[in-house]
Design a protein around this ligand. Sequence first.
Ligand code: SF4
Ligand code: F3S
Length: 106
Amino acid sequence: AFVVAEPCIKCKYTDCVEVCPVDCFHEGPNFLVIDPDECIDCTLCEPECPVTAIFREEELPEKWEHYTELNADLSQDWPVITEQKDPPPDADEWAEVEEKYEHLER
Ligand code: SF4
Ligand code: F3S
């Protein structure tokens, strides 16, 4: 499956959700996740993310390994999102910030 990693936190541009043929993106307050049981590895979402937050599970940078479990867990709790929406007003300011895990809202 594909995994959404740290760069998405507080950016949430949602360009990724429209291309997913199986609607497996789920939306939280300031982050998105992919349901690994639904993802069919089509690869369409990966190039859509302006902050390169989406990775094939096998290619996930080691520092973000825990995002695999996070996507699996949070996708069970959060609702599906299929339509793009406006990002948070300060999304561009957070795009370059590297350590954002502490800002993840559940
Ligand atoms: Fe959806 Fe395809 Fe991305 Fe998986 S790889 S989340 S199926 S768009
Ligand atoms: Fe997040 Fe990138 Fe999608 S910032 S919402 S993974 S387009």
